[in-house]
Design a protein around this ligand. Structure first.
Ligand SMILES: NC(=O)c1ccc[n+]([C@@H]2O[C@H](COP(=O)([O-])OP(=O)(O)OC[C@H]3O[C@@H](n4cnc5c(N)ncnc54)[C@H](O)[C@@H]3O)[C@@H](O)[C@H]2O)c1
Length: 121
C-alpha cells in the first residue's frame, strides 16, 4: 500500500529534473499524476508510466494553461489533492511583468510554447 493511494496531483516542470523525479515517486507511492511541461517529451513519459499518469502541454507563465491543467486533472481523476511546482511562474515581481522561479534556462520571450520539443538552453 502506497502513502499516496487514492491521491491526485499535478506536477509542473514534470518532463525533467526535480519535477520528473517527483512524478515517479508520486506514482510509485500510488498517486495519479497529471504532468505539465512545455516539453512534449512529457507525453512519452506519461505513456510509459501507464494509467496513473497523463500529460498536458503547459506553459506555467500562461494562466489559461495552468487553469486547463487543473481542470484536466479534476476531469480525468475526479479530484485534486496536491500540486508540485517544479517550474512555477510568479507574476508581478519584476516591474509589473513576470519572472520565472524554477524554470532554469527559460528565455524571457512571451511565448515559449511554439516548439514543444525544444529544451530550454
Ligand atoms: N536539480 C536539483 O537537484 C535541484 C535542487 C534544489 C532546487 N532545484 C530547483 O528546482 C528547479 C527545477 O530544477 P530542475 O533541476 O528540475 O530543472 P530542469 O531543467 O531539469 O527541469 C525544469 C523543467 O521545467 C520545464 N519548463 C521550463 N519552462 C517551463 C514553463 N514555462 N512551463 C512549464 N514547464 C517549463 C522544462 O521543460 C523542464 O522539464 C530550479 O529552480 C532549481 O534551482 C533543483
Amino acid at each position: 500500500m502506497g502513502r499516496l493511494d487514492g491521491k491526485v496531483a499535478i506536477v509542473t516542470g514534470a518532463a525533467s529534473g526535480m519535477g520528473l523525479a517527483t512524478v515517479k515517486k508520486f506514482v510509485a507511492e500510488g498517486a495519479r499524476v497529471v504532468l505539465g511541461d512545455v516539453q512534449g517529451e512529457g507525453a512519452r513519459i506519461a505513456r510509459e508510466l501507464g494509467d496513473a499518469a497523463r500529460f498536458v502541454l503547459t506553459d506555467v507563465s500562461r494562466e489559461a494553461d495552468v487553469e486547463a491543467l487543473v481542470a484536466y486533472a479534476v476531469q480525468e481523476f475526479g479530484q485534486l489533492d496536491a500540486a508540485l511546482r517544479g517550474c512555477a511562474s510568479t507574476p508581478g515581481r519584476s516591474g509589473g511583468g513576470s519572472w520565472w522561479a524554477g524554470c532554469p534556462g527559460v528565455p524571457p520571450e512571451p511565448d515559449r510554447r511554439g516548439d514543444p520539443t525544444r529544451r530550454p538552453s
